[in-house]
Structures are given as structure tokens and as C-alpha cells.
Design a protein around this ligand. Structure first.
Ligand code: SF4
Length: 102
């Protein structure tokens, strides 16, 4: 391998690693409570902080990690939710689309 070829190879390797790191970070991005989609369904990272006046049927025992839509394990601090695409929701979180896991 010539010096030029080696340099090009190393640059390609570095670019590929940076791309993989960026996509991994994106896959694990956490949902922002202020995201308009999160605000629209009253999402909070902490179920105990949900506005009781706005959501009178909310119960503090209702959490993402016991919601039917939660894609993480019950013990995971963060997990996926189809409502928010690739962004993760907190296991202790809640939103008005909550549906108790059967
Ligand atoms: Fe959490 Fe369920 Fe709302 Fe998704 S739908 S944010 S898992 S409560």
C-alpha cells in the first residue's frame, strides 16, 4: 500500500467511524419535553410532574415502563415509543396516550 493509498484508507476509516457514531447517537436521542409533539400529548420525563388539572385521569403509578407502547424493558431508564420515532422516552415518564400494559 502506498503512502497516498494508506492516507486515503485512514481518512475513509475515520469518516466511517464518525458516521457510525453519529447514527448511534441519533438512535439514542432522548425526547425533549419541550418538543412540540411531546407538549401536544403532555409528555413529562417524570410521571409525578404531570399537570393533574389538565390530565385528571392521570395516576402517578402510570409510567412509560408499564405502558403498552414502551419498547424498552420495564427496568430500562429509557426506551423507545412509536409515538416519538427514534427518540427515547423515560421509563418513569408519561403522556396522555398512556395505555396500561396487559
Ligand atoms: Fe410513554 Fe406510553 Fe406515552 Fe409512549 S405512549 S410516551 S410509552 S406513556
Amino acid at each position: 500500500m502506498t503512502t497516498t493509498n494508506r492516507r486515503v484508507f485512514m481518512m475513509q476509516l475515520a469518516a466511517g467511524s464518525a458516521l457510525m457514531a453519529a447514527s448511534a447517537a441519533q438512535a439514542q436521542a432522548k425526547l425533549d419535553e419541550n418538543d412540540p409533539q411531546a407538549v401536544a400529548v403532555g409528555y413529562k420525563h417524570d410521571s409525578t410532574k404531570v399537570d393533574a388539572k389538565k390530565y385528571p385521569k392521570h395516576d402517578k403509578a402510570q409510567k412509560c415502563n408499564n405502558c403498552q407502547l414502551y419498547q424498552g424493558k420495564a427496568t430500562d431508564a429509557w426506551g423507545g415509543c412509536p409515538l416519538f420515532g427514534a427518540k427515547q422516552v423515560a421509563g418513569a415518564g408519561w403522556c396522555s396516550a398512556y395505555a396500561k400494559k396487559a
